[in-house]
Design a protein around this ligand. Structure first.
Ligand SMILES: *[C@@H]1O[C@H](CO)[C@@H](O)[C@H](O)[C@H]1NC(C)=O
Ligand SMILES: *[C@@H]1O[C@H](CO)[C@@H](O)[C@H](O)[C@H]1NC(C)=O
Ligand SMILES: *[C@@H]1O[C@H](CO)[C@@H](O)[C@H](O)[C@H]1NC(C)=O
Ligand SMILES: *[C@@H]1O[C@H](CO)[C@@H](O)[C@H](O)[C@H]1NC(C)=O
Ligand SMILES: *[C@@H]1O[C@H](CO)[C@@H](O)[C@H](O)[C@H]1NC(C)=O
Ligand SMILES: *[C@@H]1O[C@H](CO)[C@@H](O)[C@H](O)[C@H]1NC(C)=O
Ligand SMILES: *[C@@H]1O[C@H](CO)[C@@H](O)[C@H](O)[C@H]1NC(C)=O
Ligand SMILES: *[C@@H]1O[C@H](CO)[C@@H](O)[C@H](O)[C@H]1NC(C)=O
Ligand SMILES: *[C@@H]1O[C@H](CO)[C@@H](O)[C@H](O)[C@H]1NC(C)=O
Ligand SMILES: *[C@@H]1O[C@H](CO)[C@@H](O)[C@H](O)[C@H]1NC(C)=O
Ligand SMILES: *[C@@H]1O[C@H](CO)[C@@H](O)[C@H](O)[C@H]1NC(C)=O
Ligand SMILES: *[C@@H]1O[C@H](CO)[C@@H](O)[C@H](O)[C@H]1NC(C)=O
Length: 401
């Protein structure tokens, strides 16, 4: 922000006039300040400022700022405009909020997170022989190294007796794994395990396994864009995606690959991926020569725990994926769902795949396999409160989108 008159415009205008996608609580903190004003003006007291370019910042690396925090207590970190080439790893238990700086010039009622965000956190690690998927992630939110591990097989890495952060939030930040511009192998952007985390106006970009909600984790993502090609929403916990864009950069596996957990290991949980009021589109950055019409599957089962008890009600099934009120463009494969691979050629009935009131060219369910079309009465069961077994206290419901 170059001069004071622009700054005054920013302060005097209400955020809702500039954009329909912002946090009323944090917008004053997030807006860039004139050069002679403190960057943390308008921020919660004690907010740390991180900038890769501003010499007045407390830290030039986000991870250094995180490591400086005590394990307990609420903390806020404002990230100055710029790119941060690092892995961000959050093991503390006290609540933490990361805020991306914003500029009024980038805000408009029609802007999306890609067009708006000024802060990008990126790395370029992908999984090679001997590595766990976790070790490629740009953002790790887990109480320990072992708790961040993903592992393989129906139950993955061993269950840990730990819980990490109870309330992690990120606003208006881009997270990218730039390992390659194709599905080179697992190249994660997030690994959130044994933690509760929510994201507002963010983007997450990779090709394979972009998003991971791990064991015993609960996550909520709103007004955000997730880019990927193969299994790019995968998980082992409970994830709600509200008003997001799923941007198909190509097609591989399924968009969603979720894993279930049996009743002994997670009593009463409602693990699954729940996608509401969203859009599935061909990514604006997909290779122009690529023909993906009718080629992207909505999902495939990461495990099916074929030996466990079968029950009728969805809550008692093991691996749930539900798309509700979501626009699907013509990249969607008419069959919708696919078995994991030739070694597991059927979709077991321990998975629960469902759709409700989706629309757009890819939403025609006449050729779907293993699909439950929910009635309005059934769909009424799939609310945030039912899925998380409470109205989560770690979600910011004031964010406007
Ligand atoms: C910042 O600079 C402007 C002139 O560009 C001046 O009017 C204002 O008083 C300064 N503010 C502070 C806090 O120094
Ligand atoms: C962060 O920087 C501000 C401004 O320089 C300073 O007042 C504050 O004490 C610093 N905080 C920490 C924890 O170093
Ligand atoms: C975000 O907005 C920009 C600018 O309008 C546009 O070019 C881009 O395609 C949009 N991205 C998505 C994923 O819709
Ligand atoms: C994250 O930080 C913790 C604590 O410093 C460390 O033990 C762990 O190895 C780190 N995780 C990764 C994947 O580097
Ligand atoms: C992490 O897991 C490994 C392998 O299971 C185990 O040997 C090690 O003791 C664990 N570390 C901690 C700190 O629990
Ligand atoms: C977390 O683990 C505990 C202990 O196994 C279990 O009771 C609880 O249901 C799990 N919660 C989630 C959200 O997975
Ligand atoms: C649940 O999975 C655990 C392994 O994680 C296993 O020991 C247990 O027997 C399973 N319980 C049932 C009921 O399948
Ligand atoms: C797009 O795909 C074509 C055909 O596969 C390939 O030759 C070209 O290198 C790709 N372009 C980019 C930017 O990846
Ligand atoms: C699932 O399939 C098994 C056999 O493959 C069958 O016994 C069971 O009744 C089925 N359960 C449901 C809910 O359809
Ligand atoms: C759905 O697809 C079937 C053919 O697969 C077609 O007969 C039907 O008209 C389509 N429905 C709509 C609403 O386009
Ligand atoms: C899901 O969509 C319905 C209908 O638009 C809406 O009432 C509900 O609040 C949405 N769920 C969440 C968690 O926003
Ligand atoms: C994490 O979120 C879930 C769902 O909202 C909640 O049941 C659980 O108590 C939370 N965990 C902690 C440790 O706050």
């Amino acid at each position: 922000m170059a001069n004071k008159s622009l700054y005054l415009v920013a302060i005097l205008s209400t955020p809702t006039l500039l954009s329909n996608a912002l946090s009323p609580r944090f917008i004053d903190c997030q807006l860039q300040k004139p050069i002679n004003a403190s960057s943390v003006l308008g921020c919660p007291s004690g907010t740390l400022f991180v900038s890769s370019t501003d010499l007045r910042a407390n830290f030039s690396s986000i991870q250094e700022a995180i490591v400086s925090l005590p394990d307990q207590g609420r903390a806020f970190i404002l990230l100055g405009e710029g790119e941060y080439h690092e892995t961000v790893n959050i093991t503390r238990s006290g609540p933490l909020t990361l805020l991306g700086q914003l500029n009024t010039n980038a805000l408009s009622p029609t802007s999306n997170a890609s067009a708006r965000n000024l802060v990008t956190i990126w790395n370029n690690i992908f999984v090679q022989e001997g590595m766990d998927d976790a070790q490629s992630s740009v953002l790790l939110v887990a109480p320990s190294f072992n708790a961040s591990l993903i592992g393989a097989g129906p139950t993955g890495a061993p269950l840990q007796p730990l819980f990490g952060i109870t309330d992690f939030k990120a606003y208006n930040i881009n997270f990218e794994d730039r390992a390659a511009d194709f599905a080179i192998s697992q190249a994660l952007v997030t690994d959130i395990s044994y933690a509760n985390a929510s994201f507002y106006g963010c983007t997450f970009a990779s090709y394979q396994d972009t998003w991971y909600t791990g064991r015993n984790a609960s996550t909520y993502v709103v007004d955000s864009i997730i880019f990927g090609q193969t299994d790019y929403l995968f998980g082992f916990g409970t994830a709600w995606f509200e008003d997001i864009i799923l941007a198909n950069r190509a097609c591989g596996g399924g968009i969603v690959a979720w894993k279930g957990t049996n009743r002994t290991d997670a009593p009463g949980n409602r693990y699954g991926a729940y996608i509401n009021n969203s859009k599935i589109i061909r990514s604006p950055d997909a290779n122009a020569t690529l023909d993906i019409t009718g080629k992207c599957f909505l999902g495939r089962p990461w495990n099916d725990l074929a030996t466990t008890i079968y029950m009728r009600r969805p809550w008692n099934d093991l691996a749930t994926t539900i798309y509700m009120r979501t626009f699907m463009d013509d990249t969607i494969q008419p069959a919708g769902w696919t078995p994991f691979d030739s070694a597991r050629p059927t979709i077991m009935n321990t998975t629960f795949y469902a759709e409700f009131h989706n629309f757009g060219p890819g939403s025609n369910t006449s050729q779907r396999v293993h699909d439950h079309i929910l009635t309005p009465a059934e769909a009424a069961d799939f609310t945030l409160e039912e899925v998380f077994l409470e109205r989560p206290k770690w979600i910011d419901f004031t964010y406007e989108h």
